[in-house]
Write a protein that binds this ligand. Structure first.
Ligand code: IMP
Length: 519
């Protein structure tokens, strides 16, 4: 055949592979998940770093990357939420704590300014040198502002640094006898670049920022400035420029009070946390939130895995849907309840349905590598939510420990008995996700385990982002909206893979190997 007729021949015989609808053909294959299929390569005519990953997590919240951290007490507290938002994603704060503790976490994210310490360690003039030494031992620094009240927000009256206490032999001496009273300060509201310049010119280690009345608002540390970098993709509220944050709540009466505190602290997205979201309790909660807060917070409802469940929550007013039942790495829901759905099928069915109403979806659970993220997005989800992939990073709560020579962090299901034991008295924490008040026997839906140290998400998330950009480039797709259009019109093609094909797709036939993922 004449080679110049190759394209015509292709047109006549049709493209390789299957459309998304043919792939997720329930009558042929039953439920599928990420490892059951691959995406066929497309045509590349753009560089990978041109691929846009901009997406929505809910109707009104747009992010530069589709990456969300899970509301679990071994994954997302303030530090994870701050760093996820800085890197272009978003963190959802867990609710296995008191409402006040959760609201304090929201506030910490909302008041975070890159490079500015908004909750500095502060002492009063009546504290002793021994107090400074204790802080230095525990936290590693000794530059401490002194306020009249001994608290942040008090009037700044001095500062104590290493130099002030270095030659003092009497550790019981009060700080007013040694502190420096002439403090170089700047007004709250200056930019980080200005703060940097003042620190450089004054040759000081710490720059307290004060309001018009001289009250201490925050602090800039020279040592931090050297480490700081720009976060051009940071997820920020378009008006306030504060970092975006979500938080989980349940559907009980006490959760309404909890939510009031979270909204007061500046919450952007409320995640109604239920393993089976299709309930009158959740629908009542959605209606309550819409009536009380209007457009002040967006609602990520769920979890759902079927179109029927999705329809109820969309009709009730959900701004986004969280998809997954039984797919989480720590999850035993399918084993115990016999209810759930393979995640690939769930993501495709719910996302295709929700898209008709402009409702974004979040594929939650079962994300074990970059390829899974790419597949979840290709099946129609707008974002992915990750637990195990982010547990074990330095931003996840908990201390590292060693076992068999490996550095590990604890990771546990919120439906594990272990997580249930840490519960607040109003019983509106994670227990509410999995148990009814009337339950006499608690049936666990999750396990407790450990994951290996992954370092900081400041390196790990950029690896996920770059990997994802390369994946979309291989598909021949420059952005997520185009991916969804091209899957829908059958241009992006899929193929199922047999068990043998899955083995072939992994590393095989080696005596030994080392799997390093990024540099
Ligand atoms: P992973 O990313 O595969 O580790 O899954 C994390 C997801 O599992 C979370 O976002 C929750 O939806 C879900 N999950 C968390 N705890 C439990 C549990 O105890 N049982 C079942 N599912 C859980």
């Amino acid at each position: 055949m004449d080679p110049s007729l190759a394209l015509q021949e292709l047109e006549k015989t049709g493209s390789d592979g299957l459309t998304g609808h043919e792939l997720i053909d329930l009558k042929v294959t039953g439920g599928l998940t990420y490892n059951d299929f691959l995406i066929l390569p497309g045509y590349i005519n753009f560089p990978a770093d041109n691929v846009s990953l901009e997406t929505k997590v809910t109707r009104n919240i747009t992010l530069k990357t589709p990456l969300i951290s899970s509301p679990m007490d071994t994954v997302t507290e303030a530090e994870m939420a701050i760093t996820m938002a800085l890197l272009g994603g978003m963190g959802i704060l867990h609710n296995n704590c008191t409402p006040d503790e959760q609201a304090a976490m929201v506030r910490k994210v909302k008041t975070f300014e890159n490079g500015f310490i908004t909750d500095p360690v502060v002492l009063s003039a009546k504290h002793k040198i021994s107090d400074v030494l204790a802080i230095k031992n525990k936290l590693g620094f000794a530059g401490i502002p002194i306020t009249d009240s001994g608290l942040p927000g008090g009037k700044l009256i001095g500062i104590v640094t290493n130099r002030d206490i270095g030659f003092c032999e009497d550790e019981s001496a009060e700080l007013e006898t040694v502190m420096t009273r002439e403090v170089v300060t700047a007004r709250h509201g200056i930019t980080l670049a200005e703060a940097n310049r003042i620190l450089r010119e004054s040759k000081k280690g710490k720059l307290p920022l004060v309001d018009a009345e001289g009250n201490l608002v925050s602090l800039v540390a020279r040592s931090d400035l050297l480490k700081n970098r720009d976060y051009p993709w940071a997820s920020k509220h378009p008006m306030t420029k504060q970092l975006l944050v979500g938080a989980a709540v349940g559907t009980r009466a006490a959760d309404r009070d909890r939510l009031a505190k979270l909204v007061d602290a500046g919450l952007d997205v409320v995640v109604i946390d239920s393993s089976q979201g299709n309930s009158s309790f959740q629908i009542d909660m959605i209606k309550h939130i819409k009536e009380t807060y209007g457009t002040k917070v967006d609602i990520l409802a769920g979890n759902v895995v079927t179109r029927n469940q999705a329809a109820n929550l969309i009709a009730a007013g959900a701004d986004g849907l969280r998809i997954g039942m039984g797919s989480g790495s720590i999850c035993i829901t399918q084993e115990v309840m016999a209810v759930g759905r393979p995640q690939g099928t769930a993501v495709f069915q719910v996302s295709q349905f929700a898209r008709k109403f402009g409702i974004p979806t979040v594929a939650d659970g079962g994300i074990g590598n970059v390829g899974h993220i790419a597949k979840a997005l290709a099946l129609g989800s707008s974002c992915v939510m990750m637990g195990s992939l982010l547990a074990g990073t330095s931003e996840a709560p908990g201390e590292y420990f060693f076992l068999d020579g490996k550095r590990l962090k604890k990771y546990r299901g919120m439906g594990s008995l272990d997580a249930m034991e840490r519960n607040d008295s109003d019983n509106s924490g994670s227990q509410a996700r999995y148990f009814s008040e009337s339950d006499k026997v608690k049936v666990a839906q999750g396990v407790t385990g450990a994951v290996v140290d992954k370092g900081s998400i400041k390196q790990f998330i950029p690896y996920l982002i770059t990997g994802l950009q390369h994946s979309l480039q291989d598909m021949g797709v420059p952005s997520l909206p185009e991916l969804w259009t091209l899957v829908n019109d059958g241009t992006v093609r899929f193929e199922r893979r047999s068990a043998a094909a899955q083995l072939e797709g992994g590393v095989h036939d080696l005596f030994s190997f080392e799997k390093r993922l990024y540099k």
